[in-house]
Design a protein around this ligand. Structure first.
Ligand code: HEM
Length: 198
């Protein structure tokens, strides 16, 4: 007779975090072995940015999948959200350290040359309160305000996409695919919010 093995929730959480952080470990390994090509800083920016974007798509996908009976992702949306915020914060730190060396004057120069950085930064700022209020305690304390605050996911997604679109220049394919996926997922959420009884 087969016995059902139940995995403790903390084990599953650690497994999800480990899986999602594997690409970062790969980037670190490639950096250490000098395998990141002629411009390692650029590759690191691309890697962290891409996994931030993918994380955003995965988190947004959790609710529609849960509605169709697949609840596994939904259970881990908080840890996935925090992990994607970690990638984007690393992306921001890399920019501050490698591109502008924490210098205000260089930052002004970079912003003139790459205005899309400001859009990316706004996306990060919109995600920050979500990360800071992701605990059960914050949810309890904020009550109905919590749900309203977490609507910041909409502007954060739009800004993140704009950042990508602006950057894409000649190669628009990836930006367009993300555009369609994000538009579909945000529209689904908006429709669900309208249908929800007040
Ligand atoms: C939700 C927030 C963000 C997301 C999803 C994101 C995503 C990305 C992605 C995917 C790329 C690579 C695009 C490509 O080359 O194909 C990228 C590049 C870049 N990002 Fe972000 N980003 C975000 C926030 C930021 C922030 C906060 C900054 C800095 C303050 C920033 C600065 C840059 C820069 C400078 C590049 C270009 C790197 C290069 O090609 O040299 N991004 N971002």
């Amino acid at each position: 007779m087969l016995t059902k093995v139940t995995v403790p929730p903390w084990c599953a959480t650690i497994a999800v975090i480990t899986l999602y952080l594997l690409p970062l470990a790969q980037l670190a390994f490639q950096l250490a072995s000098g395998d990141l090509g002629p411009d390692p800083a650029k590759r690191l920016m691309q890697g962290t940015g891409e996994w931030g974007l993918r994380g955003l798509a995965i988190v947004l996908l959790a609710a529609p999948l849960a509605q169709r009976g697949w609840r596994s992702l939904f259970r881990y949306r908080r840890v996935l959200g925090l992990s994607l915020f970690f990638y984007i914060s690393l992306h921001l730190l890399l920019f501050a350290q490698v591109y502008v060396g924490w210098s205000g004057a260089l930052l002004v120069e970079e912003l003139k040359e790459r205005p899309y950085v400001l859009v990316g930064f706004s996306a990060w700022l919109a995600l920050l309160p979500l990360a800071l209020t992701s605990t059960n305690r914050a949810r309890r304390l904020l009550g109905p305000l919590w749900r309203q605050l977490h609507r910041l996911i909409y502007p954060a997604t739009v800004l993140a996409w704009l950042h990508l679109f602006w950057l894409a220049r000649s190669d628009l394919g990836e930006a367009l695919v993300y555009g369609v996926v994000f538009a579909a997922l945000l529209l689904w959420r908006l429709r669900r919010a309208q249908l929800r009884p007040r």
